[in-house]
Every structure is written in C-alpha cells, then in structure tokens.
Design a protein around this ligand. Structure first.
Ligand SMILES: [Zn+2]
Length: 345
C-alpha cells in the first residue's frame, strides 16, 4: 500500500463536501481539505523522488518505521538498517534507561512503528505499561534474546552487598558491555528487519556483516588493551553493577558497586556503603567508575571517605552526538581507555 493510492479518494470527497456544505461547516471541512492536499503534496514529492532512491525502496514513505529504546540499541539498529529504515530513538542521550518515563510522543511513535527494538532483560522497566498503552501492531524484539544472562549476584557480590543483591534476584541486563553479545544483537536485528522488509534483506545482510567485523575488531583491541593492566588490578568498582559481561569476558572482577545490583533505582543502606568503603580500603582499589546516567553524589561521598578517585565512564547511554562516545564502538573504546588509564599502574 502506498501513500498515493490512499490519497486519491480522500481528496475528492472533502472537495465535494466543501462545495455543498453550509457556511457553519465550511471552516472544519476546509481543514480536512488542507490535510488532504498536504497528503497529496507529500505523496507527489515521494513519487517524484522515487528514481533517486535505491531499487528496493521505490517510495520513500515505504521505509520500515522502527523505534529503538536506548541510544545504544539505536546505534546498533542504525548500523544494520541504514537508510532503508526510518529510525526513532526513544531515550535522549544521558537518560537513565532504568528510570526513564516515556512521554505521549514516545507512545505515539510505538503505535506507528513496524518494529520496536528493546534491550530486554528488564532494562527498560517502563516498557510493559507503555506497550500496553501504545496499541498498534509493532513487532517488539528484545535484542538480547538468545544471550545467556548473568543471573543473581554470585559473580560480583562482596560480603556487604551480597544480601541486597540476592534480594533483587534479577538478571544483568547490560549485555552490550561484551561486544560478542552485540553480535547476537546484530543477528536479532537483521533477522527482524529482513522478515518485515524482504526487499531490503540484501542490504541488511551486508550491513550486518560489515558491522560484525567491526565488533570482532573491537573485541581484539579490548583484549590487547586490558593485557596492559596487571591481573591484580583488574577490579571494577562502579556506580551500579553495569560491567558484568565485560568483566566475565576480559578477566575482571566487579568488586563492588555503590548502588548494589543491576538497576540504578535502588538505594544502598548506610551499612552497605560502609561495607563498600571497607572493601575499597582493604583491596587498595584506586578508582570508582561512575556512569553518565546517574547522580554521582553517593559515589562522590564514598570517594571522599576513602580517598579513591572518581573516573567518569559511559554506562546506560551514549554521549551526545558531538561527545566522545557518540557510537557504541566509541563508547566501548572510551570506557576501556578509562579502565586502562586508571588501573594500568
Ligand atoms: Zn544499568
């Protein structure tokens, strides 16, 4: 179905209605006429631009409408979909995905979408209510589907945080901190886009192959970089438990987190803060890595108490477009460089 075929009948009806209508109705009908004419104009533009488009998208208005929740999911989707999709990224740069509350415009874009890509593993805690409200018939796809999640807390709980983390009993949603998991994302995204738009499947496959090669190169680069950090120093203390997949892949320990657990939404008790401070002192950890999506007052307090320094990293969001972590690949390079500078000596 194209815009052109739907526009034609809706133009003729308002014109006839306008001519016959009493004066009191003419203003409202004129509004309808304007909408119809705009629709006609837009479809005319789309038709005239068709020869310039690729063969697989003969009418620009036919591009898949795709929504991605976080900036990180959005960047990966953009790398696979390219110009063949019309992409809306829901969260602005710097927004905390754990605490994000969608606006009516977000619900409207989900309602119009053919596909909505979410991180999954309950990163987007707002999502269930939003999807229920949005209606529409978008295919909802969790890009993390197929990744074996880190469950519970045993991987990285210190004594003080153990009970609290166990109480949450959730899966770690931050799958993207290992680029090998993002290769799974790419497969999920490519499969979904190709099912919805088979005509562009060749483009999606080529884009996916090129991007996977970049992810493999990133993985190799990370292994080389972390090799410069003495094994005893490979300890990550963060604002919340965000780097579990990275730690498992590259031989780090998540030694502790200011907010114990996988979400930024819980609050640590005074006892938990004291326990973390003891850990920092006893293990001679020299840095707390604090993300761009949290208020860092609590981390600053722990840093002040222990003499450990705060090192800024990117966690739940990319940077603004003109910042140092505007793509997922740059986000990973930025964070690894921060780990190496803080821990290599
Ligand atoms: Zn998080």
């Amino acid at each position: 179905m194209t815009a052109r075929t739907t526009a034609a009948p809706s133009v003729s009806n308002p014109i006839r209605a306008f001519r016959r209508a009493p004066a009191s109705r003419k203003r409202r009908v004129a509004g309808l006429l304007l909408v119809a004419l705009l629709t006609l104009a837009i479809s005319a533009c789309a038709s005239s631009s068709a020869p310039a488009s690729s063969q697989s998208t003969p009418v620009a208005g036919n591009r898949l409408k795709v929504v991605a929740t976080t900036t990180i999911v959005g960047d990966v989707v953009r790398n696979i979909g390219g110009d063949a999709i019309d992409l809306t990224v829901m969260l602005p740069a710097g927004a905390d995905p754990h605490g994000f509350e969608p606006a009516p415009t977000d619900i409207a874009s989900v309602n119009r979408a053919n596909a909505v890509f979410i991180n999954g593993l309950q990163l987007e805690s707002f999502l269930t209510a939003m999807v229920e409200n949005a209606g529409g018939d978008a295919k909802i796809v969790a890009v993390s589907d197929g990744i074996t999640p880190i469950e519970g807390t045993e991987e990285h709980a210190d004594e003080a945080n153990h009970d609290e983390q166990e109480a949450h009993g959730s899966s770690d949603p931050h799958t993207w901190t290992d680029p090998n998991n993002v290769i799974v994302w790419v497969d999920n995204i490519e499969r979904t886009l190709s099912e919805l738009d088979p005509a562009d499947a060749g483009t999606f496959a080529a884009n996916a192959a090129a991007y996977k090669a970049e992810l493999q190169a990133l993985d190799k680069w990370i292994r080389e970089e972390v090799a410069t950090i003495p094994e005893a120093n490979r300890k990550l203390v963060t604002d919340h438990a965000v780097f579990g997949y990275f730690a498992n892949r590259y031989g780090f320990q998540q030694t502790g987190a200011v907010i114990p657990g996988y979400s930024t939404l819980s609050e640590p008790s005074a006892q938990e803060i004291a326990g973390l401070e003891d850990t920092l002192r006893s293990l001679a950890v020299n840095a707390i890595f604090v993300g761009n999506t949290v208020n860092n007052a609590l981390s600053q307090r722990v840093a002040d108490d222990t003499g450990v320094r705060i090192v800024p990293v990117y966690t739940g969001s990319l940077s603004e477009a003109d910042g140092p972590a505007a793509t997922y690949l740059d986000y990973m390079r930025y964070n690894v460089n921060a780990f190496v500078s803080a821990l290599a000596n």
